[in-house]
Design a binder for this molecule. Structure first.
Ligand SMILES: [Zn+2]
Ligand SMILES: [Zn+2]
Length: 242
């Protein structure tokens, strides 16, 4: 399984750093996971080669480029039809409200805790995360390798079981400093990401969703304190194997 980091900026995009977005590839299957602003135009493959889309939640930094895809796939001389979109119901409701109709370029499948879907060569399981709106974390399995993507979350909730023993945990790290001083309890500090990755037995930890105004090397250092082994940064335009 290969993860192409399309965007990793937290909360809003910056030049050269789209917000949340990844292409997860296994054999001939390519899934666009999270459609944050700037990710559609930065996809590592022709958008026509995306087999399905997974969106974690309705916050614009994770879903606003569904509208870019809608325009591209609807008004292209060769339009796309019924590309599978897996997301919480709220994502679809917001998209339909914004464009004033149900876009036929997508075939929407609502997902929630406990759902498991097969997308080509990938299996994806979903779990509710600790965030102010319905948000799904996802465990990806391909050829016996496993990835857990936290999307946006705080440390609470029952989601850690689904992250258990994964080869790679791709974790948000929106905040820095002591967890007791967090302004937003439903996000993670770098230190919390490291502690959770260690607690669930993840083999590797990759940090993402770091806002442009924070120094990512500080987030990595905080995470390494908890994880006790090297931590990677998700860098747009790069990819890593799971
Ligand atoms: Zn976010
Ligand atoms: Zn969010």
């Amino acid at each position: 399984m290969r993860v192409h980091v399309v965007g990793s900026s937290g909360t809003f995009p910056a030049p050269g750093r789209p917000a949340a977005g990844y292409v997860i590839e296994q054999k001939g299957t390519r899934v666009w996971c999270d459609a944050g602003p700037g990710t559609f135009m930065s996809l590592p493959v022709d958008p026509g080669l995306i087999d399905a889309v997974v969106v974690s939640h309705q916050h614009p930094d994770h879903c606003s480029d569904l509208m870019a895809a809608y325009h591209a796939w609807t008004y292209h001389p060769t339009p796309r039809e019924a590309v599978s979109l897996f997301a919480p119901q709220g994502v679809w409701d917001k998209l339909v409200a914004f464009i004033d109709k149900e876009p036929t370029c997508f075939a929407f499948h609502p997902v929630r805790t406990g759902d498991l879907v097969e997308i080509g060569d990938l299996t994806v399981e979903f779990v509710e995360m600790n965030h102010p709106v319905p948000t799904v974390g996802s465990r990806w399995t391909g050829d016996q390798r496993t990835l857990f993507y936290t999307a946006d979350t705080g440390p609470e909730g029952d989601w850690r079981n689904l992250a258990s023993g994964v080869d790679v945990m791709l974790s948000e790290a929106s905040l820095q400093g002591p967890a007791s001083e967090k302004d937003y309890p439903q996000h993670l500090t770098g230190g919390e990401a490291g502690e959770i990755a260690r607690a669930v037995g993840a083999r590797r930890l990759v940090l993402t969703h770091i806002p442009p105004y924070l120094d990512p090397s500080v987030s990595v250092a905080e995470a390494e304190t908890g994880f006790d082994r090297p931590v990677m940064l998700a860098v747009p335009g790069s990819s890593f194997d799971v």
